[in-house]
Design a protein around this ligand. Structure first.
Ligand SMILES: Cc1cc2nc3c(=O)[nH]c(=O)nc-3n(C[C@H](O)[C@H](O)[C@H](O)COP(=O)(O)OP(=O)(O)OC[C@H]3O[C@@H](n4cnc5c(N)ncnc54)[C@H](O)[C@@H]3O)c2cc1C
Length: 194
């Protein structure tokens, strides 16, 4: 038997409960739904680097050390409570085809519905217009994605039975962390010398 035939890795993303529901329940994994949009192509030269603004400072823990963050939060609580309630922070980035990718919201567990909320898209667009002047911005498509996150850890790795490892819960950083996480977990579970 080859070394890669001795171990099963279960990486089922936002559906960890189908195969090992009790373990995932105990770990307290939380589902999060995000709504995003993509515009029709905008005029060349209008947007260069990826753009973000004040709401993004509130969203990412990396900004927690900023001394003025409490004042920013107080301002948004006063002026944009509904936006904060949907976990919205606004980022805009341009694709190679000239479209703008716009997002996003964060709704957790009980708040998640099969239907997307038109109000969330309206609020995202309102905040985009605060810092980005794109004449005739037209939305071409709307979508949502769901990820799971661990309540305190950056990811969830667990061995429910011998030779089976569940890896999920990478939350909003999964695209960034996944290759490093995969390499680390696989190396730790396989005897690379055999
Ligand atoms: C809108 C949105 C924006 C994001 N933005 C960023 C970002 O900017 N930066 C970043 O780092 N991360 C971002 N993420 C997070 C990132 O996409 C996720 O953390 C990552 O995709 C999780 O990877 P995963 O392999 O655990 O799960 P997934 O990517 O969900 O892959 C799981 C796969 O398993 C399959 N599957 C499920 N159940 C079964 C089964 N029973 N049998 C077989 N196959 C099954 C699914 O179909 C799927 O293909 C974003 C996520 C969303 C939704």
């Amino acid at each position: 038997m080859g070394q890669y035939e001795r171990h099963v890795f279960v990486c089922t993303g936002d559906d960890p409960r189908t195969l090992f529901p009790a373990e995932c329940e105990r770990a307290g994994l939380i589902r999060c739904k995000l709504q995003m949009m993509r515009s029709q192509p905008i005029a060349p030269g209008l947007v260069g680097p990826m753009l973000a603004a004040g709401l993004t400072l509130l969203h990412y823990p990396a900004f927690a050390a900023c001394p003025s963050l409490a004042a920013v939060r107080a301002r948004y609580e006063r002026t944009a409570a509904e936006t904060l309630g949907f976990g919205i922070h606004v980022m805009a980035s341009r694709t190679g085809a000239g479209e703008l990718t716009l997002g996003d919201s964060h709704e957790y567990e009980g708040a998640i519905e099969v239907f997307d909320k038109a109000r969330i898209d309206e609020l995202i667009l309102e905040h985009v217009r605060v810092f980005l002047d794109v004449p005739n911005l037209k939305i071409a498509s709307r979508w949502h994605g769901i990820y799971v996150k661990h309540p305190t850890q950056p990811y969830f790795v667990h061995d429910p039975v011998p030779q089976v490892t569940v890896v999920t819960g990478v939350g909003g950083s999964g695209m960034t962390l996944s290759f490093g996480l995969a390499e680390t977990v696989v190396a730790s579970r396989l005897d690379e010398t055999s």
